[in-house]
Structures are given as C-alpha cells and as structure tokens.
Design a protein around this ligand. Structure first.
Ligand SMILES: Nc1ncnc2c1ncn2[C@@H]1O[C@H](COP(=O)(O)OP(=O)(O)OP(=O)(O)O)[C@@H](O)[C@H]1O
Length: 318
C-alpha cells in the first residue's frame, strides 16, 4: 500500500530581523513499507517528523528527496492518482465549525464526484457508521472533541479510499473517546481499509498498530510489530531503587541472564524471564552489600525500545 524510500524534507525558514535563513531538516531519509489492510503507526516525540512524513505521503508537502508509491501510484509523477485513493485527516480535523456533519459529508461526497443521490446515500451510511445520526445537523462548534473527531474520520472516508492517513487522531481526547476511536479504526481494518497513523502515545502504538516505525529527529530508529520490537530489548524489566546505583550496576554486570542495564533512578535491568531472574538478582545484590529502597518487576514497553535505540526516554524527549 505504501513503499517509500529515502523520503526527505528540508524546510527553508525565512530569516527574521537580520538573522540568516536556516534550513530545518524535518525528515532525513525515511523508508516505510505499509502492507494492505494493516494499521501502521509512526511513533515519535514532538518534532520527530511524523506530520511532515504523513503530509508528504498524502501529497500535501512536496518531498525534497526520495521516492514513494502510495496506493499503487507514484507519489511524484502521479500525485492526483494518489489523492483519489487516499483519505487524510489532519491534526486540525478539517471540520467546518459552522456546518453540520450531514452538510459537510454531502459536500465532501459531491466534491469527490458522487451524484446527488449517491452522495446522500453515502452521507447517511457514514453518519450511521460513526454514530452521528442524532447529531448530524448541529454545527460542529457545538460538538464535543470526540464527536468532532468522528466527523473528521467520516469526512476522510466518504469516497471509500483504500488508504487512510490519520495524523495524531486521539490527541486531546479523554480515555473513553480514545477507546471509541480505536474501535472505529479497528473497524476500518476489518473492512479492508489500510491505515497509517501518527502518534506520540506509547500505549496507542502498542495496542492499536499491527506494525510501526519509531522515528526520532527525522529518521526511522526501529521498525516491526510491537511484540518484535519489545522482544529485541527483553521481555521484562526489573527496576531497582538504591542509594548506590553504581555499586548495583557493578554487582549485576556480566550476569548471564541480564541483557542490559540502564543507569538512572530507578536503575532498569532488562531480563528475559523476570519471575526467574528477580530472586537471583536480589540475592546477588544482598551478597554484594547493596541496600535497596524499592524493587518492581515490569513488562518491557515501547519506551524501553526507544530508550534502547536513542538513549532517551520518549516520555522525556521533546
Ligand atoms: N512549515 C515548516 N517550516 C519550517 N519548519 C517546519 C515546518 N513544519 C515543520 N517544521 C519543523 O520540522 C520538524 C518536524 O516537524 P513535524 O511537524 O513533522 O513533527 P511531528 O513529529 O509531527 O511533531 P508533533 O508531534 O509535535 O506534531 C520540527 O522541527 C518542526 O519545527
């Protein structure tokens, strides 16, 4: 559905008040392969280049370099064919605040070439699919954040594109609306729509995406299914709090069942079988005279993958 190689985007910013123009390398050579019918996530911190990547693939930003085939068409030589085969829901949503969902959908359907009769039928179908029938004629400005996102999703799908781009679809939603939207996105996959979404939420990438690319500073630092990515780091993490982290590190370094140790507060010790490793780790620390103030056993998360690849936590990265 998407095959991109070496996509790059450098923005040239105008110099202000005597300062020279500067180049911002937003995306620095991204390869992506999205398969038919999957939910693919682009996960990364603020400013990593997620929006720019999605907007290039959706024909809204012209790449500075690289090539891509999107929904079977060449991005650079046939952008209008790409456009016919994709839906795009940006961060702002593209919902007209003064329009009702029904009027907005009708307009979008007509703009996409449906006859008045087909447009009306499709509009009612989308209103029902996104649970908007009862709200269909209220101006969008009176809808809640979650309801507005559902309108935006319906607008992006009105012309039945096989591929939908969603730029941070759940940012700012409360947990219940977020879960609802996840269900709607899973429902799209069941109907055969491929989805590429960006997110900076670790749990969203983990729970919703079949595969993902983690990006940082405009490059892909890891790619795979959430399970594969986490397995690469370790299954479990023992976190240790102690007043003498370096003594703890020395005591545990080189143990055959320890995959990696990340210094910090708490110290993170990566192991494949946490239940088996924990008593042995504690025994070793006691033998070495290291006093602990706290211990926990956790499953590895995508944040551990990000930490492993970049040396920073995605939670702290900006
Ligand atoms: N039009 C532009 N002109 C100049 N710089 C830009 C422009 N758009 C984006 N950038 C810069 O490019 C980098 C990547 O931005 P982008 O919006 O793609 O990141 P993002 O991962 O989507 O971030 P967020 O999660 O905050 O939306 C940032 O440093 C940003 O400031």
């Amino acid at each position: 559905m998407i095959d991109a190689h070496g996509l790059r985007k450098t923005y040239r910013t105008k110099g202000r008040r005597g300062s020279a123009p500067a180049d911002v390398e937003a995306v620095r050579g991204v390869d992506l392969a999205v398969r038919d019918g999957e939910i693919f996530g682009v996960l990364g911190p603020n400013g990593a280049g997620k929006t720019t990547t999605i907007r290039m693939l959706a024909t809204l930003v012209v790449p500075t370099g690289g090539t891509a085939t999107v929904a079977g068409h060449d991005l650079l030589t046939a952008p209008e064919r790409v456009r016919e085969n994709i839906g795009y829901v940006g961060q702002a949503g593209g919902v007209d605040e003064n329009n009702g969902a029904r009027a907005g959908l009708m307009l979008a359907a007509r703009v996409n070439g449906l006859s008045p009769r087909d447009a009306a039928a499709r509009t009612e179908e989308m209103l029902a699919a996104f649970d908007l029938t009862g709200l269909a004629d209220r101006p969008a400005r009176t809808l809640s954040g979650g309801q507005k996102r559902r309108v935006a999703l319906a607008l992006g799908l009105v012309h039945r594109p096989p591929l939908l781009f969603l730029d941070e679809p759940t940012t700012g939603l409360d947990p219940q609306n977020r879960a609802n939207l996840w269900d709607q996105i899973r429902g799209l996959r069941e109907q055969g729509t491929s989805v590429l979404l960006s997110t900076h939420y670790l749990d969203e990438a983990d729970a919703l995406c079949d595969r993902l690319a983690i990006i940082d500073h405009g490059v892909v630092v890891a790619e795979g299914t959430p399970a594969e990515l986490k397995r690469e780091v370790a299954a479990d993490v023992v976190t240790l709090r102690t007043d003498d982290g370096s003594a703890a590190e020395r005591a545990l370094a080189g143990l055959p069942y320890v995959r990696e140790i990340r210094p910090g507060e708490p110290l993170r010790v990566y192991v494949d079988d946490g239940e088996a490793a924990l008593p042995r780790l504690l025994g070793r620390l006691a033998e070495s005279g290291v006093a602990l103030t706290g211990v926990a056993l956790e499953r590895a998360t995508l944040d551990d993958v990000f930490l492993h690849r970049t040396g920073r936590s995605l939670r702290d990265a900006a």
